[in-house]
Design a protein around this ligand. Structure first.
Ligand SMILES: O=P(O)(O)OC[C@H]1O[C@H](OP(=O)(O)OP(=O)(O)O)[C@H](O)[C@@H]1O
Ligand SMILES: Nc1ncnc2[nH]cnc12
Length: 191
């Protein structure tokens, strides 16, 4: 479904990326079909293809900031930042960053949380993308967008490896475009 919109319809890399993600039913609690990207990271081709797709999309868009969301957004976000020649800004869970921070609270599929960003990491007028592994309700990405906008950055787009189809109807991303590679898988077909 996302292949209709991400310009990668028929691209065999997407199926391989999807199949490299392990599905763990009822983790971390009953009813959640957990999408485990650690198995994607074990597969060099799947990991490289994922990063290459994002780098190809963002390399000519004058992006100077790639913000990655703790923890899994760090893996993809830092790789993409290196690939496009941008700085990487970690958006961290509370009390992890040592400097002065701004913070935004948000609600999750399974609880509530908060993201923090260092003051001074981003300058007014910089063009940014926000990267994470997965978007479900969109609450986490929205908190990331709010942090960057409070610092004066322009958030050009959010990017995720996995997106639940319902996220499109949720309008939680403050009007920002969302670029997603694959949908979550429902059953574990390869592990
Ligand atoms: O779209 P949402 O409903 O906001 O959910 C998506 C977020 O949930 C997961 O992180 P989690 O909070 O589990 O933290 P972790 O990466 O530190 O495990 C995932 O990595 C996203 O950041
Ligand atoms: N189903 C899911 N799998 C992995 N991470 C998630 N974060 C929120 N929902 C998730």
């Amino acid at each position: 479904m996302f292949a209709e919109e991400n310009g990668l319809k028929g691209d065999p890399r997407l199926q391989h990326i999807s199949q490299s993600i392990r599905v763990v039913p009822h983790f971390p609690k009953n009813g959640i079909m957990f999408q485990d990207i650690t198995t994607l990271l074990l597969d060099h081709k799947a990991f490289k293809d994922t990063v290459d797709i994002f780098v190809d999309r963002y390399r000519d868009m004058h992006i100077s900031v790639v913000a990655g969301i703790e923890a899994r957004g760090f893996v993809f976000g830092s790789s993409v930042a290196l690939g496009i020649g941008a700085k990487f800004v970690p958006l961290r869970k509370p009390r992890k960053l040592p400097g002065e921070v701004i913070y935004e609270k948000y609600s999750l599929e399974y609880g509530t949380d908060c993201l923090e960003m260092h003051v001074g990491a981003v300058q007014t007028g910089e063009r940014a993308i926000v990267i994470d592994d997965l978007v479900a309700t969109g609450g986490t990405l929205s908190a990331g967008i709010r942090l960057l906008e409070r610092a004066g950055a322009e958030v050009v787009e959010c990017a995720c490896v996995i997106g639940v189809p319902e996220v499109k109807g949720r309008c939680k991303l403050l009007g920002k475009p969302l670029y997603v590679l694959v949908e979550p898988r429902q059953v574990d077909q390869c592990f």
